[in-house]
Structure formats: structure tokens, C-alpha cells
Design a protein around this ligand. Structure first.
Ligand SMILES: *Cc1c(COP(=O)(O)O)cnc(C)c1O
Ligand code: SF4
Length: 341
């Protein structure tokens, strides 16, 4: 029987990513209530957070109900431990606050130029160096971007432009379009890389306009995502990853090793397996930047190497991330195994 039903919608009408962004949870009490927890005594007093709580509701929905040790919750909940100071932890752990906060163009490594395209993020991760950055919403303002383009024109050793932040996907797609318009005149730049956590924490960001922009870029595309735990992936994240791949992007994931979140072999194995199920290859496993307020997340290098050894025993080689740390003045990320220890 042929019925005259209307064409079915592929997806239900949903709020745009900007509305979802604005609708993020910013209050600790509301966050705890949303995951079925009572108030806990170990929170930073409101007003003392400095770096405010911010987490999209879709990410909160992936937290386990009633679990005070949930690995997603611990990444975003401002706890009193952040107020502690610790030796070796400073406000400028990677030594480039001046350049990051200044013109937003970082050319530290051969062949790659990193552009701080935006200072905003949809989520505030408690371990992030960004907690101490006073930079504004849109670092790569037009004048600065012209300066960056001049730099790219003059230096033919630059093969790759990296959009980073903050989160570059916090920019409207038309802004991204403006940023990348000049790339077509730079034949030596053959790759565009995007470092972003948005497809994980707010997968709705990967919308039609964004995919149109990405597909049309005249260069090879790499998207480096940031997920620290398998539970950060769900059907919406899978769909966003599938769209990114269909647009021609190679997908990689970087994670930060975090005490209480992913510092065991089972959790890391699950993360690598789960990201590959979404078509994302593990790239880096970072030792955290030693920023003030993050010391309670730290894992020492011996334990980190043990965890890596455990991963090697359980996963195919291509699913084992590179364990690295970033140190001021280094010409690349530094593999932990090479440390003179
Ligand atoms: C991390 C980083 C890069 C990229 O390094 P890869 O090892 O290629 O991922 C480039 N520039 C800067 C300033 C960086 O911090
Ligand atoms: S830069 Fe990355 S780690 Fe830092 S707050 Fe933004 S999303 Fe989180």
C-alpha cells in the first residue's frame, strides 16, 4: 500500500548550538542536582572559583546519576583542592602566556603555526591552563589575522596551520570562513588542523554550515578532539564524528592523564577502544600542564609509564597514544619515556 506520508525528518528539530551553549550549567548546586547528588562540603565557595563552572547540559546527561566520583563530573566541578598551592605549579605552566595572550600566533615548532583563534570554550575543564588566561573572546581579530597571514606568506617552511584556543569552534562558522579564506593563496600550506573539544562536549556544533565550510577547504584536514574518558562518547558524538570524517577530516584524540578520572588501565583502554569505534585514533596522552589549581589531578611519571605499559599489553599498537609532556622551550612535545629519570 502506498501512503501519502510526508518525507520523514532525518532528525527532530533541535536548538541551535549557540542556544545550547548559552544554556550551559554554571551553578554547582544545579549541576549536583542534575546528577542526583546532594550538596558536598568539598566545593569551592561560589565567588572563589575564579575560573567559573561551565558545562553543557548534553555533557552532564552523560554523567552517572548519584556517583560523586563520576569521571566526567570531576573534570568540571570546582572543588576546594583547587585553592591549594603546590610546588612547581604556576599560572604559566607552558611558558607562553605572553605570546598566547598577545597576538595569538605561536610558531614554536618547525613547519606548524598555531593560531589562538578564540579564547572561549563551551566547557571549563578544571585542569586547564586556560583558567589563568585573561584573554578576550576572539583573539584572532581581523588585524591580528592579517599579521598572521603575512607571517604565513613569508615563511615557506610552514606546511600546517593549527587553529586552537580556547576552542576555535566557539567562533561562528562565518568567522572561521574569514580566517581560512586566505589559505587558498598559500600553496605551501597543505594542511589545516583544528584542536577542539566542542564535538565532544557540544556535538550539535557540527552542523550543516560547519560541514559545508570544512568540506570546501582546499587543504587536507585534521581534527584533533579532546576526550578523557570513554563515557564522553555517545550517539550524538558518534554522529558528529561521522560527519567530520565524511567531510574529509582525519580524526585524532588527545587526552590528559587525570587522577580519579582516567588513571587506570581499564579506563584508558576503554577510552582508546571507544574513540576508535567513533573513527577517532588516539594521538597524545598528556601529562598535565602544571598550572596552579590542578595539582590534585597530577599523576607522577612512573605511574604514567606503568599505565602506558599496561595499554601496550592490551591494545594494538595503533591504538596506543603517545605519552608526552609540554615543557617551555622544547622544540616539540616530549615523550615521557625519553626523560632522563
Ligand atoms: C602542541 C603544539 C603544536 C602541535 O604539535 P604536534 O606535536 O604537531 O601535535 C604546534 N604548536 C604549538 C605551539 C603547540 O603547543
Ligand atoms: S581549552 Fe580545552 S581543556 Fe581547556 S577549558 Fe577549553 S576545552 Fe577544556
Amino acid at each position: 500500500m502506498i501512503t501519502a506520508s510526508p518525507t520523514p525528518r532525518l532528525s527532530p528539530p533541535t536548538a541551535g548550538w549557540r542556544e545550547l551553549w548559552r544554556d550551559a550549567i554554571t551553578d554547582a548546586g544545579e549541576l549536583l542536582a542534575a546528577v542526583g547528588l546532594a550538596h558536598r562540603p568539598d566545593l569551592l565557595p561560589p565567588g572563589d572559583e575564579g575560573f567559573p563552572l561551565r558545562v553543557p547540559r548534553g555533557f552532564v546527561a552523560r554523567m552517572r546519576q548519584g556517583d560523586a566520583a563520576d569521571p566526567l563530573l570531576l573534570q568540571v566541578l570546582p572543588r576546594a583542592q583547587e585553592a591549594a598551592t603546590a610546588d612547581g605549579f604556576s599560572v604559566d605552566a607552558v611558558g607562553d602566556m605572553a605570546s598566547r595572550a598577545g597576538h595569538g600566533v605561536l610558531h614554536k615548532y618547525d613547519g606548524r603555526v598555531l593560531l589562538i583563534a578564540s579564547g572561549s570554550c563551551a566547557v571549563n575543564c578544571r585542569y586547564c591552563f586556560r583558567r589563568h588566561f585573561p584573554y578576550g573572546e576572539e583573539i584572532a581579530a581581523a588585524a591580528q589575522w592579517r599579521e598572521a597571514l603575512a607571517h604565513l606568506h613569508a615563511d615557506h617552511s610552514i606546511r600546517e596551520v593549527i587553529l586552537s584556543g580556547g576552542d576555535p569552534l566557539s567562533l561562528a562558522t562565518h568567522k572561521l570562513q574569514e580566517l581560512t579564506r586566505g589559505l587558498a593563496d598559500l600553496p605551501h600550506v597543505i594542511r589545516l588542523r583544528i584542536h577542539t573539544r566542542l564535538p565532544i562536549v557540544l556535538p550539535e556544533r557540527v552542523d550543516d554550515a560547519f560541514i559545508d565550510w570544512l568540506s570546501a577547504l582546499p587543504v587536507q584536514k585534521v581534527v584533533v578532539l579532546h576526550a578523557n574518558h570513554a563515557n564522553e562518547f555517545d550517539a550524538a558524538v558518534d554522529a558528529a564524528c561521522a560527519r567530520l570524517r565524511a567531510a574529509g577530516a582525519t580524526l585524532l584524540n588527545q587526552s590528559v592523564l587525570l587522577r580519579g578520572v582516567n588513571d587506570d588501565v581499564d579506563a584508558l583502554t576503554a577510552l582508546c577502544e571507544r574513540s576508535f569505534a567513533a573513527g577517532v585514533l588516539p594521538y597524545y596522552l598528556h601529562q598535565l600542564d602544571k598550572v596552579q589549581g590542578a595539582a590534585h589531578f597530577e599523576i607522577d611519571d612512573d605511574r604514567a609509564l606503568e599505565l602506558l605499559e599496561g595499554l601496550r599489553g592490551r591494545l594494538p599498537g595503533y591504538l596506543v597514544p603517545r605519552l608526552v609532556r609540554e615543557l617551555p622551550g622544547d622544540p616539540s612535545k616530549r615523550p615521557i619515556a625519553d626523560f632522563a629519570r
